[in-house]
Design a protein around this ligand. Structure first.
Ligand SMILES: *Cc1c(COP(=O)(O)O)cnc(C)c1O
Length: 221
């Protein structure tokens, strides 16, 4: 079922959109099943779980940290993480830059925006992000590559609200791209859309969806 679901979603979203299979709380065996079916990009939201699964599984998996990241844990994932989705402060970005330098790497990150109405969700406002992007400290960082933006819509049945929120993120992406990343072709990702709303997200221009429970089943925390 896991592989069939992945293939169905890939067909729905087309080749232009990347599928991150969100395997948090799920056993290594489930990831192996997906891997054998051809999936290579997996997302986790806890650092320790990510590190353990990275050690247990094949080296050509691209691991994405999709959840909130604490600064003191960056060092554990800096040697191998492929993409950090949820950068939401300058202090976190500085720590990622520092740990990436120690590992002689350039780490790809996304800037997380607060687009939902719930105030429990992390992320920058547009003004805060502009401040960061204009900051000399940011401009001088050598070991991070900002490749796009990320956001989570409100958890609601109101699909037009969800679409509005994704459209807002798409707008932020376009403005930021034209002002700050015109000459960086890597700045191209809009990470938005989960099990409940990825179809709307793709309609609104998502380039990367993060889907967990639809693929691996509901989670028991
Ligand atoms: C858990 C999680 C997802 C996947 O959620 P599903 O509803 O299971 O698809 C996506 N993004 C983030 C940031 C998550 O924490």
């Amino acid at each position: 079922m896991i592989v069939e679901t992945i293939n169905r979603i890939k067909e729905e979203i087309g080749e232009e959109v990347t599928l991150v299979a969100v395997s948090k709380t799920k056993p290594v065996a489930d990831i192996e099943t997906a891997y054998q079916g051809g999936q290579r990009i997996f997302g986790e939201n806890k650092v320790q779980e990510l590190v353990e699964k990275h050690e247990a599984l094949p080296n050509d998996i691209k691991w994405h940290l999709i959840g909130h990241l604490q600064r003191n844990k960056v060092k554990y994932i800096a040697p191998f993480v492929d993409l950090i989705h949820a950068v939401d402060s300058m202090r976190l970005l500085k720590e990622i830059n520092k740990q990436a330098a120690k590992n002689d790497r350039i780490i790809k990150v996304l800037l997380q925006f607060h687009i939902a109405q719930e105030d429990t969700k992390f992320g920058f406002s547009f003004e805060e992000a502009k401040e960061l992007l204009n900051d000399n400290e940011f401009v001088e960082m050598q070991n991070i590559n900002v490749v796009g933006v990320m956001g989570m819509a409100t958890n609601t049945e109101n699909t037009s609200q969800v679409a509005d929120e994704f459209r807002t993120l798409h707008n932020y992406f376009q403005i930021i791209k034209s002002h700050y990343f015109k000459f960086n072709p890597d700045f191209k990702e809009i990470s938005m859309g989960m099990s409940g709303d990825y179809k709307i997200a793709v309609e609104e221009g998502s380039t990367m969806i993060r889907v967990g429970s639809t693929i691996f089943g509901t989670r028991n925390y």
